[in-house]
Design a protein around this ligand. Structure first.
Ligand SMILES: NC(=O)c1ccc[n+]([C@@H]2O[C@H](COP(=O)([O-])OP(=O)(O)OC[C@H]3O[C@@H](n4cnc5c(N)ncnc54)[C@H](OP(=O)(O)O)[C@@H]3O)[C@@H](O)[C@H]2O)c1
Length: 328
């Protein structure tokens, strides 16, 4: 059997290796899942880099999202049978041929989803769903940055379903094409230097002079701070990604003490919600994947043995969709 392994933190293209291994038999309460496809997500590469070193034990097998089929069940497992298609979640380890994991962390897959849809039906769809439900419950003035990213487009589609047309911020003119067919109040492109320098004003002008009530921020750093400055008094910045590689500046709290900054991490919710609640939410978002609202474009499907090529493709600017690892 083949798996990826990380023995020291660092740039993924350098430290992710492949090796042969013999998977253990599933123990009590465990199942062995034969993985079919797994996603390569920003959170995988961040974890490999050592960003979450305090909660990541080396060596480890990366991959937080993927789909497979139950190959064997351990003693005491009920409700799962060999041959059943599942999402084995709650831990890394999707980038290997057999993932042995706790049965309670395996969730069913709607039969109408293809493996490609199933392999991208968890992290971004559930995050977009939770954030829009919790922080944008009704039509509101909303800004979404990195709006051309996979999750950015899902957020815009979910907001559209709820009657909201957000201001979308993109970093490159290709963002306009990425958002084709979606309803936005306006698209603001930060490739334009004067726009970047006066982003709060540009965003408010794009919203027809209205200060936003909510910003969904996947970028952080200077851009996240500029969007926080654009918020209406008492507004909320939901900070959920670090695409700039930089945190929000600490000075922001003193500058806009009235603004609520919420740090959203899907894993916090998934690990605190009960299994039934996670399963209900997954069923709902899988329906949204099936109808296209939470669908991801797939740009490349790369064999597991070529994981470093997959990582290189993931890092390339302008990538038109997700990179998946073909494992089965
Ligand atoms: N907190 C959570 O629980 C959670 C859950 C899911 C996702 N996220 C975060 O959401 C973000 C997006 O994830 P994804 O899976 O949707 O990514 P993705 O679409 O696979 O890749 C990110 C895309 O964003 C664009 N981008 C990269 N750097 C950018 C920057 N500095 N400013 C604006 N756009 C930039 C790039 O497109 P172009 O090259 O075309 O510009 C890139 O293709 C990541 O930071 C991820 O960690 C967080």
């Amino acid at each position: 059997m083949l798996r990826c392994v990380v023995r020291s933190f660092g740039p993924a293209a350098r430290v992710v290796a492949t090796e042969e291994y013999r998977p253990p038999e599933p123990g009590p309460g465990e199942v062995a899942v034969r993985m079919a496809l797994a996603a390569v997500n920003p959170s995988d590469l961040l974890t490999v880099s050592g960003a979450y070193a305090s909660r990541t034990v080396l060596p480890f097998v990366p991959g937080f999202e993927g789909v497979g089929v139950v190959a064997a069940v351990g003693p005491g497992v009920t409700g799962l049978v060999p041959g059943e298609r599942v999402l084995p979640l709650g831990s890394a380890g999707a980038w290997q041929q057999i993932k042995v994991t706790e049965a309670r962390w395996c969730f069913p897959v709607l039969p109408e989803l293809t493996d490609e849809q199933a392999a991208t039906s968890y992290i971004n769809p559930l995050t977009a769903w939770r954030m829009t439900r919790r922080y944008v419950p009704a039509p509101a003035a909303v800004v979404v940055n990195a709006a051309g990213s996979a999750i950015g487009r899902m957020i815009v589609r979910m907001l559209n379903r709820a009657g909201t047309e957000p201001v979308a911020v993109v970093r490159h003119p290709r963002g306009y094409q990425r958002l084709a067919g979606l309803r936005t109040a306006a698209v603001v492109c930060t490739a334009n230097e004067p726009v970047r320098r006066a982003l709060p004003e540009a965003v408010r002008a794009a919203a027809g002079g209205v200060a936003p009530a909510v910003v969904l921020d996947a970028v952080g750093g200077a851009e996240g701070a500029a969007l926080a400055r654009a918020l209406a008094p008492g507004g909320t910045l939901v900070h959920y990604g670090l695409l700039s590689g930089r945190p929000l500046p600490p000075a922001l709290a003193a500058e806009r003490p009235d603004v609520r900054v919420v740090l959203f991490r899907l894993r916090d919710w998934v690990h605190s919600a009960g299994r039934d609640e996670v399963e209900r939410a997954l069923t709902e978002v899988q329906r949204l994947v099936a109808d296209g609202t939470a669908a991801s474009a797939v740009a490349h499907v790369v064999p597991l043995a070529e994981v470093r090529r997959a990582i290189g493709l993931e890092a390339a600017p302008g990538r038109p969709g997700k990179v998946l690892l073909r494992i089965g």
